[in-house]
Design a protein around this ligand. Structure first.
Ligand code: FES
Ligand code: FES
Length: 202
């Protein structure tokens, strides 16, 4: 049976993006498998590990729990959009300086949680930092280095520190068609998520 597909448009890392997706696709699948940005990882797929964290309208979201169709009209920032023309984002720099990266699988999600935190709260205390990344699991257990990195990043602020995903400098409009069969979704653990718990179906 043919999968039902829908066209959605959203701003992804400051680029207007148009895709046609199966209705049951998750936002993570759209970003990884349709658009082709592989930086956001799938760890658990059930909202527990935070490896899939992206920003949607400035908020950290577990993209494995978000329906792809919910991206329509939204401003999305992924790890691929964090780096700046002049080089790594200051948050990425502090992670390197503090050796907060081991295997690195969790790192994109933690960086996105950190970016969202600092946008909302430029000077978080230790508890706020820990709370902001509490949904991001690191199997290599380098948490102290991660906390130190975030703490070190907090004074580093200038106008270009925060990416808004704003499309003023829209570069191109791409049309991508997805034919992949999506895997089923499990919806729970909505700490960061914004899904309505109804699944991705028509
Ligand atoms: Fe683990 Fe999304 S993949 S929370
Ligand atoms: Fe390996 Fe975090 S650095 S899971």
């Amino acid at each position: 049976m043919d999968q039902k597909k829908v066209d959605i448009q959203f701003t992804l890392n400051a680029q207007k993006t148009s895709v046609r997706i199966p209705v049951e696709m998750t936002a993570l699948q759209v970003i990884r498998d349709v658009v082709g940005f592989k930086g956001s990882k799938e760890g658990c797929g059930i909202g527990e590990c935070g490896a899939c964290t992206i920003e949607v309208d400035g908020k950290a979201i577990n993209s494995c729990l978000m329906c792809g169709v919910q991206l329509d009209g939204r401003e999305v920032l992924t790890i691929e959009g964090l780096e700046r023309e002049e080089g790594l984002h200051p948050i990425q720099e502090t992670f390197l300086e503090h050796h907060a990266v081991q295997c690195g699988f969790c790192t994109p999600g933690i960086l996105m949680s950190t970016h969202a935190l600092l946008k909302e709260n430029p000077a978080p205390d230790d508890e706020e930092i820990r709370d902001a990344v509490s949904g991001n699991l690191c199997r290599c257990t380098g948490y102290q280095q991660i906390f130190s990195s975030i703490k070190a990043a907090t004074p580093v602020k200038d106008d270009s520190f925060f990416h808004t995903g704003d499309a003023e400098n829209t570069l191109k409009k791409s049309q991508v068609f997805a034919d992949e069969t999506s895997s089923s979704m499990v919806l729970n653990g909505t700490k960061k998520g914004e899904n309505n718990g109804e699944g991705c179906h028509d």
